[in-house]
Write a protein that binds this ligand. Structure first.
Ligand SMILES: CC(C)(COP(=O)(O)OP(=O)(O)OC[C@H]1O[C@@H](n2cnc3c(N)ncnc32)[C@H](O)[C@@H]1OP(=O)(O)O)[C@@H](O)C(=O)NCCC(=O)NCCS
Length: 167
């Protein structure tokens, strides 16, 4: 059965943390290599429950198998800007679920009044980059030699999306 894509709820926190942890421990995609402690994840999720910052999960049965969050940048000059993060458990990749998660979360961000969404992605993450380009992101910059772990050396791309139509 196709996973359900919906806004995250308080009851998802432990399962979401397990998903985050599994993707982090792959040590290939994210800026962290394990999930933060449960209270930290709970606090993060709680800030995404009132509609001001969207967070979406993909759920199979009662297990979170993927997430996408957009967090408002804090500095006064940046409050129009959201930072995006996402991931899926390996067995749920490559079948359009990432696209569903991101599209839903971007719709929430637009509704919440964000003007700009940005993200960083490893320069060799072909599925990620393909997805972001397909949903309107533009490559804005490259951090050279930014990723080094377990012998993997990579650049990081900065990508951005503007909701005013200029993309
Ligand atoms: C990146 C990720 C979220 C994408 O989600 P996904 O469900 O696998 O991707 P989708 O199936 O929705 O496909 C997205 C696009 O990538 C393309 N794609 C999929 N696999 C690909 C591959 N190996 N090479 C090139 N393009 C690929 C698809 O064709 C699709 O493009 P289209 O919609 O224009 O046809 C998911 O693969 C993932 O969780 N990866 C590991 C964690 C990660 O990279 N997180 C993001 C860090 S920035």
């Amino acid at each position: 059965m196709d996973p359900v894509v919906r806004p995250i709820a308080l009851a998802d926190i432990a399962s979401h943390r397990a998903c985050l942890d599994a993707v982090g421990r792959e040590r290939l995609w994210l800026a962290f290599v394990e999930a933060p402690p449960l209270p930290e994840v709970a606090a993060f999720v709680s800030r995404h429950l009132d509609g001001t910052q969207p967070m979406t999960v993909a759920v199979a049965g009662d297990q979170v198998v993927g997430w996408c969050d957009i967090t408002r940048a804090e500095r006064p000059i940046h409050t129009h800007k959201g930072i995006m993060g996402m991931g899926l458990l390996p067995e749920f990749r490559g079948r359009g679920l990432g696209r569903r998660l991101l599209a839903e979360t971007l719709a929430g961000a637009r509704q919440a009044g964000f003007r700009r969404i940005e993200l960083t992605v490893r320069a060799t993450n072909a599925p990620g980059i393909a997805l972001y380009l397909a949903l309107g992101f533009t490559e804005e910059g490259r951090l050279r030699d930014d990723f080094r772990l377990d012998g993997h050396v990579d650049d990081t791309l900065i990508m951005g999306l503007l909701f005013d139509g200029t993309s």
